[in-house]
Design a protein around this ligand. Structure first.
Ligand code: ZN
Length: 258
């Protein structure tokens, strides 16, 4: 996946003004910077000679999402930097989910991957030595709702939400977090089905002896690597949960049929 930060040495002076909904705010940026990360905008804008080339309107994008996208595309902010912005814990994650949905619709694969990397670590269970507690985070319901409403249930972010929920699942449905989650009326059916299929699939693998009860996830299962891509330097090569989970288990089969 190409590095999204381009040198200005290689960027043309052609500018693009994008008007997004809500207050009809307009933002002007370099066409090459936008097209360099998005095949959607490349197809729509590159090589066009007509008068509308330099100004387009996007009806379904909020200004906050477009601003974050620009900050990221210009290399001003990484996904980690975004956390220091003026957003609370939940608001930050909802914003990232919205950004992922934008990156799905407007085809910005590098941004999708950065957001998946963020959630992969953010939702990982961890030991809090000081509090002597083992935390098992669950995805925020609003994020689940947004993701499943706007994305395919087989998209990496939806799969990650299901898989992290399952790997962090406590012993039964009446455990506090699980119960609160399933009592919500706005929890998407596709998410619930994903959890059921995932648990059934894993249970089968455990009974067959192909999998430990205490299993871990692989970040690479949520990356969209092309067949010819050199993944040796990809972030997924050194971001595994634990070493004892030897090889990728995910084969996607439990998402078939719903
Ligand atoms: Zn990767």
């Amino acid at each position: 996946m190409a590095n999204h930060v381009q040198s200005f040495d290689a960027i043309s002076n052609t500018m693009l003004t994008v008007t997004v909904r809500e207050q009809e705010r307009s933002f002007t940026s370099h066409l090459d910077v936008i097209c360099g990360v998005s095949s959607y905008f490349t197809k729509r804008l590159k090589g066009r000679q007509d008068a509308n080339l330099n100004a387009i309107t996007l009806d379904d994008v909020r200004p906050a999402v477009w601003i974050t996208f620009l900050d990221w595309a210009y290399g001003r902010q990484t996904i980690d930097d975004l956390y220091s912005a003026d957003r609370e814990f939940e608001e930050h994650r909802v914003h990232l989910t919205e950004l992922y949905i934008f990156a799905d619709k407007y085809d910005v694969p590098a941004l999708r991957q950065h957001i998946v990397d963020y959630f992969f670590v953010d939702l990982k269970a961890y030991q809090d030595e000081e509090a002597d507690t083992f935390w098992r985070p669950t995805p925020i319901p609003k994020c689940i709702e947004l993701a499943f409403r706007s994305l395919s249930s087989t998209s990496p972010l939806c799969r990650l939400f299901v898989d992290r929920f399952c790997v962090n699942f406590l012993n039964n449905i009446t455990d506090n977090d699980n119960q609160q989650m399933f009592e919500r009326e706005d929890l998407p059916l596709e998410f619930c089905m994903g959890v059921i299929h995932r648990h059934a699939h894993l249970r089968h693998a455990m009974i067959e002896g192909n999998m430990e009860v205490d299993y871990e996830l692989n970040l690479g299962d949520y990356h969209e690597h092309g067949p010819d891509e050199d993944i040796s330097k990809c972030s997924c090569q050194d971001t595994h949960d634990e070493d004892y989970y030897e090889e990728s288990y995910y084969d996607g089969s439990y998402y078939d049929g719903f």
